[in-house]
Design a protein around this ligand. Sequence first.
Ligand SMILES: [Zn+2]
Length: 88
Amino acid sequence: MNEQRPQCAVCNLGGHLIDEFITETDDTRTVIVVVRRVPALVCDRCGTTTVTDEVAGELARITDAQQGGAVSGTVVVDFDPRQIAAAG
Ligand SMILES: [Zn+2]
């Protein structure tokens, strides 16, 4: 596995996307959901973060699951990559 890093499509500075873990916050709804350890691609030049469709879908599922309960305020959860694998 000597795959070349994908180039950043945003900055046009020749930045490359590197694998990192980021924290995503969704404060658009009743419960503020903070998801830690989200696998993302981060440009080493401009800092743009990109997540795959699978990760974005799982983030949506996580934030949906936190809404509508008795709890309000802020919920902090860790991203679980096994959920993606399970979804196949
Ligand atoms: Zn960039």
